[in-house]
Design a protein around this ligand. Structure first.
Ligand code: ADP
Length: 874
């Protein structure tokens, strides 16, 4: 940056602030604008598509590149810059410009980055916005996650060889907006490779002692035992550093971050990112939310509930009691349709409590946010009444956790009018009677205005000008307007201020006297209102933990109500979740596909899996027959049950599963430069390394990415390993197009064959979609190809080849010998080339013999004899 001795004091101030934040675009408040200068201006003008101007530098000429945005629209611009990957530092005027002696004091009040963008317009109400920090302590990775927009805060540790994989999975599933790491410290490459924004910060903030102190201070706690974080130095280090980062960028005390949970890996049913994708849990096959399990089940009516349901599906439980508690609650709510309806209706009025209280804590809340909070909290007593009769222990304990928060509600109710403006700086939102000074000021303002109105009457009478008007504008304040035709009647004590098209504007000393009183009062009123609001905001923020606790209880109730609603509407059944081994579903359905097929067209299917008789199912059958649907629905039912949801089935016994692995349908990692086959093998390797006897594995067409025999061999070996390795033997569904694999069932205990049924009718195929025992006799590939519209000659040709293959009529070269085969050029025999399958040695002898003939010396008789000999030898 070129600095010149002639910089103005304001530019000097700018340069100082910029020096503190070299990595951020600095927005510098000047009057009604936030200005950017130098490099920042060039970059921002391009990114925001706003006009670049220049600010005169002074006598030595040249200009400083500059651009600006109006202060009242700044949030939108900040959001756009951050979404483009920039950090933004906001440098505000921190004293009243009118009272400043000389230069107004300015300070950076906030730094906004992707992980700290909390403006509602840039957040999805149904998704969290996590900021992550990662540190390595010996062989252990410490990870902390914080959603600044809600205050949700957690930490975890990943140790050992799988640690890095776990971290990579976590990043892929939770998609943090930003990852904070210690600067100049080596960390696992998966962090950089994730493509997520990484922010290096001072490494010392991760130091054990300082991180611990920061964390304790933030949590207002004396020790970390209560949070399960004692003896978790890596987690504490990551969490403490994250708090430090937020405090230094937000310059707020984060009153909504007063608790942290330790996330134990083994506390949840683990779902890796590939499984998440292949089961279409958060996203449907087209990528959006549409067609996903989440979209299907999300009947929640509040944002907090919607986010919680998402969290439940991402981390289903593994402990039997809490699962049964959820299921019992869903059951009761499912049966009590009227209570459920009333309850769900009531909580529709609940706004995003978590984010409202976060805004209060971050200092970004306006009067309307506090009123929203009040209105939302007012629903709580009604919820308590509506759910009073319910017996399910989980419902009862959640209702007991609801706090009416009367103190908070009445503080807001007392101070703020029911329909306030969005922004506090607009004023006019404080009720009368709240504050003596404010009331007095308002009296002055009102009576001043009254006096001016009376003055208008008086002047009209005095001058005899009936159209005389007292008006107000920002430039002149109060003035008297007289139309042209009446100007002759203006008294001498009027001072002319301005001539306008229709007349002239005047002021009088009396008018100015009252104006001063009124304007002084009005200005002070806004100031006073802001003071009152700020006090209230801080008081509300101080109650954040109580508000959050109630918000979370309400969210859980909302989710339970939504699951009950779906259970009732979609005719789901309560699964019997147990600690044993048997998975047994009668008439299971796919929750999403069944809703997308026309009424009653979905064919339900049974399934049994256990460690003894039916541990691995080899599933064969035609493409489009319904194999992947069956695989997915089985995995989804396990997941739903452990999340606490009813399942789409007539009966379901579901054993607790520790991990679900699903590889169903095409992988699209090809874009990242891996071949399909490579990706498939990596994923398979991961399963073979990590599955346990309590896992559920569903694999679709393993080995399809390579040559037939390779593929078959790999599929066979994988299935065999899953079925026989005593360390593992997870419950497995193995769909394959290699019919040879069905032989595995003959020799391997626990391996059974099933196929999806289909019938041939004339030349067509009819999918029955029923899963039945035994191997399938045919694959109907050609019929499916016909359905898909392959040209008829190609279909005919394929039929002929298939027929030959089935008769095992292969040539020695391994190609089907089909009459009418177009002969490929390289297959045309050369004269002295061994015909396919012929004895190479004999051909060699013939060739030698012929080559040895000396044609010049050959008599006609010899030639004939030789020819006969050759013929004989052939
Ligand atoms: P595959 O994996 O065997 O190729 P899919 O499971 O993808 O077959 O199913 C193909 C289509 O058949 C699905 O898109 C769905 O519309 C339909 N389908 C699958 N299973 C069923 C079922 N049980 N009942 C009705 N339709 C089904």
């Amino acid at each position: 940056m070129h600095m010149s001795a002639s910089v103005t004091p304001a530019m000097r101030q700018y340069l100082d602030a910029k020096q503190q934040h070299p990595d951020a675009i600095l927005l510098f408040r000047m009057g009604d604008f936030y200005e950017m200068f130098y490099e920042d201006a060039l970059v921002a003008a391009r990114a925001l598509d706003i006009t670049l101007t220049s600010r005169a530098k002074g006598a030595n000429g040249g200009g400083i590149p500059m651009c600006g945005v109006p202060f009242h629209a700044v949030d939108g611009y900040i959001g756009r810059l951050v979404k483009k990957g920039f950090r933004v530092a906001i440098c505000d005027q921190v004293e009243d410009p009118r009272k400043a002696k000389g230069l107004v004091k300015r300070e950076v009040v906030r730094v906004v980055s992707p992980g700290t963008l909390t403006d509602a317009s840039h957040l999805d109400a149904r998704e969290p916005a996590f900021l992550m920090s990662v540190v390595a302590r010996g062989g252990t990775l410490g990870v902390a996650l914080l959603d600044l927009s809600t205050g949700e805060f957690s930490a975890a540790e990943y140790a050992g060889a799988d640690g890095v994989q776990s971290l990579a999975d976590e990043m892929a599933v939770l998609k943090p907006r930003e990852i904070v790491v210690p600067a100049e410290v080596e960390l696992p490459p998966c962090i950089g490779a994730s493509g997520l924004p990484v922010t290096p910060i001072d490494a010392w903030t991760f130091d054990d002692e300082s991180a611990r102190r920061t964390l304790l201070d933030q949590l207002r706690a004396g020790g970390l035992e209560g949070f399960g974080l004692d003896r978790r130095p890596a987690a504490v280090s990551a969490a403490g550093a994250l708090v430090h980062y937020l405090r230094s960028t937000q310059k707020a005390d984060l009153a909504h971050v007063r608790a942290i949970t330790y996330r134990q890996h083994a506390d949840a049913l683990l779902i890796d990112p590939t499984t998440l994708k292949h089961l279409e849990i958060l996203e449907g096959s087209e990528g959006g939310r549409d067609g996903s399990l989440l979209a299907e089940l999300d009947a929640t009516v509040t944002s907090v509930g919607s986010r919680l349901l998402r969290a439940w599906l991402l981390r289903p439980l593994v402990a039997i009691e809490p699962i049964r508690d959820r299921l019992d609650a869903v059951e009761e709510l499912a049966f009590r349709a009227t209570d459920r309806g009333k309850f769900r209706d009531a909580i529709k009025a609940v706004q995003d409590l978590e984010r409202l209280v976060a805004r209060a804590a971050l200092g970004t809340a306006g009067p309307r946010d506090l009123v929203g909070l009040k209105v939302s909290l007012a629903v709580i007593p009604r919820v308590r009444t509506l759910l009073a009769d319910l017996q399910a222990p989980l419902v009862r304990s959640l209702v007991a956790e609801l706090d009416d928060l009367l103190d908070v509600r009445s503080a807001i109710e007392t101070a703020i009018v029911d329909e306030p403006p969005v922004l506090a700086r607009d004023g006019g939102f404080t009720r009368d009677g709240v504050d003596k000074e404010l009331d007095d000021l308002r009296t002055i303002s009102r009576s001043g205005k009254q006096i001016i109105a009376e003055m208008e009457e008086r002047e009209r009478a005095r001058t005899g000008i009936a159209s005389l008007k007292v008006r107000f504008n920002r430039v002149f304040g109060y003035y008297i307007e007289i139309s042209k035709s009446n100007l002759h009647a203006v008294p001498p004590d009027y001072h002319r201020k301005q001539t306008i098209a229709g007349g002239e504007r005047f002021i009088t000393p009396a008018l100015k006297e009252y104006e001063e009183k009124i304007l002084g009062a009005d200005e002070r009123i806004v100031e006073r209102e802001l003071e009152i609001f700020e006090k209230l905001r801080i008081a509300v923020a101080a109650e954040a933990p109580r508000i959050q606790a109630s918000a979370r209880a309400l969210a859980s109730l909302d989710v339970l109500g939504a699951l009950a609603e779906m259970a009732a509407v979609n005719n789901y059944t309560k699964p019997h979740v147990h600690d044993g081994d048997e998975l047994a579903v009668v008439d299971g359905r796919h929750p999403v596909v069944e809703r997308r097929t026309s009424a009653d067209a979905f064919v339900p299917n049974d399934i049994t899996l256990n460690a003894t008789t039916c541990q691995l199912i080899i599933l064969t059958g035609p493409n489009m027959g319904g194999k992947s649907t069956y695989l997915r629905q089985t995995a989804l039912m396990c997941l739903m049950a452990q999340a606490g949801s009813f399942v789409p089935a007539r009966e379901a016994k579901i054993p607790i599963t520790d991990r679900i692995f699903a590889r169903v349908g095409a992988s699209d990692n090809i874009a990242k430069g891996h071949s399909t086959f490579m990706v498939e093998m990596q994923e398979t390797a991961n399963i073979l390394h990590t599955a346990t006897s309590r896992s559920l594995v569903v694999l679709d067409e393993i080995g399809r990415g390579t040559a037939t025999f390779d593929g078959l061999s790999i599929a066979w070996a994988v299935a065999e390993h899953l079925a026989t390795n005593p360390e593992m033997r997870p419950k497995t569904l193995f769909a394959t197009h290699y019919h040879e694999l069905t032989d595995l069932a003959d020799a391997t205990p626990g391996v059974v064959n099933f196929h999806v049924s289909a019938r041939e009718w004339k030349d067509d195929i009819i999918f029955l979609r029923k899963i039945v025992p035994g191997r399938s006799d045919r694959s109907y590939g050609i019929q499916v190809a016909r359905l898909a519209g392959l040209p008829l000659p190609v279909i005919e040709r394929a039929r002929a080849i298939l027929a030959a293959l089935e008769r095992d009529e292969l040539t020695r070269g391994g190609r089907p010998s089909v009459s009418g085969t177009p002969v490929e050029p390289q297959q045309q025999m050369g004269l002295f080339q061994a015909p396919p399958g012929e004895d190479v040695e004999k051909a060699g002898r013939l060739r030698e013999k012929i080559a040895g003939i000396d044609v010049d010396r050959l008599t006609p008789m010899d030639a004939l004899t030789l020819l006969a000999e050759l013929k004989k030898e052939l």
